[in-house]
Design a protein around this ligand. Sequence first.
Ligand SMILES: [Zn+2]
Length: 98
Amino acid sequence: MKARRHICDVPNCGATRQRWQRLCENCFARLPGEIRVGIAEAHHQKRNMDWRRLRKRAAEFLNLAGPGAGLPATCKHRVSLARVIELQQRILGERPDA
Ligand SMILES: [Zn+2]
């Protein structure tokens, strides 16, 4: 029997997982139990719609999905604090070396 590489159920994660788990160790540690159990159960019971929905929720929870990854969904269009300070200094004509 060939050794197969099992990939984490979370979209865009791409990490390997244990054969008997649905998630990689990293996602497993970071996701709330409700989603972890939900993914495993939905997959086991072949509820594909639920399974897909939960995987999407997992990706959203971990901020792995789509543009703005790494930021909370509500902060997608916000600039960083450092950038705000930089812009404000420029407006006020302040310079670090002045
Ligand atoms: Zn993962």
